[in-house]
Ligand binder design. Structure first.
Ligand code: ADP
Ligand code: MG
Length: 265
């Protein structure tokens, strides 16, 4: 009896280890505005495993933010399937989605998105206030731990407007970390920063990854994509391999050159 239980448990554990943290199958997203249909995602397949650091690169408008919003449960796909930690996301109702988003996802935005009328401490504490069963002391302990992690514990009572862009993004990273999510999603986290602060934020993400964090980062800067251990390229709402990407870019360049030529005629 005990033997059987152990075997069962071992199998469950190994199945869990083998299962991707994120799995997308043929995910599509269509936006409708004023009779215009935009196919932002046209059949995306991809997996992220626990502990991976994945970057998503691609030209402006190719669907990177749309994909990240879907991964982060901020938006829903028009079609296809998404499993997060083995849970089929489309079967969740709104309150289950909100709960899973709060527990499993840490989001880092290009524009930091801190709340201006809350202090650094309160901004980082915010995600924890939606959780039941955490005492005030426990919340404080976690907030301090996250702020120390990003070396911002000396600015607890400052407001976002009193911080530099780089400092604000570090606070935003602490807010993403504080709930100990399964994955950190970062949408062009260096996009509003100068290169010195951008590099500091990238170094911080690398440090978190070395300590076991799973990260998926969108960037249009190939230098920053190199920080990741796996690079994914997007073009026109799809994930493409590097060879296809070069071919598509060359085709696009040819078309632009052709248009310029015919305009001159
Ligand atoms: N809320 C929306 N409503 C209508 N169209 C949208 C919306 N969000 C994105 N799009 C369109 O979807 C496409 C992909 O956008 P996005 O995912 O933001 O691209 P990226 O992040 O790669 O620059 C673009 O053509 C964009 O204009
Ligand atoms: Mg974007």
């Amino acid at each position: 009896m005990a033997q059987a239980a152990v075997t069962e448990e071992t199998r469950d554990a190994s199945e869990e280890a083998a299962r991707p943290l994120i799995k997308l199958e043929d995910v599509t997203k269509v936006f409708y505005t004023d009779e215009i249909e935009t196919h932002a995602l046209s059949g995306v397949h991809f997996d992220i495993r626990k502990g991976e650091y994945v970057s998503i690169e691609g030209p402006s408008g190719c669907g990177k933010s749309t994909l990240l919003s879907i991964l982060g449960l901020l938006d829903t796909p028009s079609g296809g399937r998404y499993w997060l930690n083995g849970t089929p996301v489309e079967e969740l109702d709104a309150s289950q989605r909100a709960r899973i988003r709060n527990r499993e996802i840490g989001f880092i935005f290009q524009a930091f998105n801190l709340l201006g009328d809350l202090t650094v401490f309160e901004n980082v504490e915010l995600p924890l206030t939606y959780r039941t069963g955490l005492s005030k002391q426990e919340r404080k302990r976690r907030v301090m731990e996250a702020l120390e992690r990003v070396r911002m514990a000396h600015r607890l009572r400052h407001y976002p407007s009193q911080l530099s862009g780089g400092q604000q993004q570090r606070v935003a990273v602490a807010r993403a970390l504080v709930g100990k999510p399964s994955i950190l999603l970062a949408d062009e986290p260096t996009g509003n920063l100068d290169s010195k602060n951008g590099q500091a934020v990238m170094a911080l993400l690398s440090e978190l990854h070395a300590d076991g964090a799973t990260i998926c980062m969108v960037t249009h800067d190939p230098r920053y994509a190199d920080y990741a251990e796996r690079k994914i390229h997007m073009f026109d709402g799809r994930i493409v391999d590097e060879e296809t990407l070069h071919r598509l870019r060359e085709e696009e360049d040819r078309q632009i050159a052709e248009q310029a030529r015919s305009a001159r005629r």
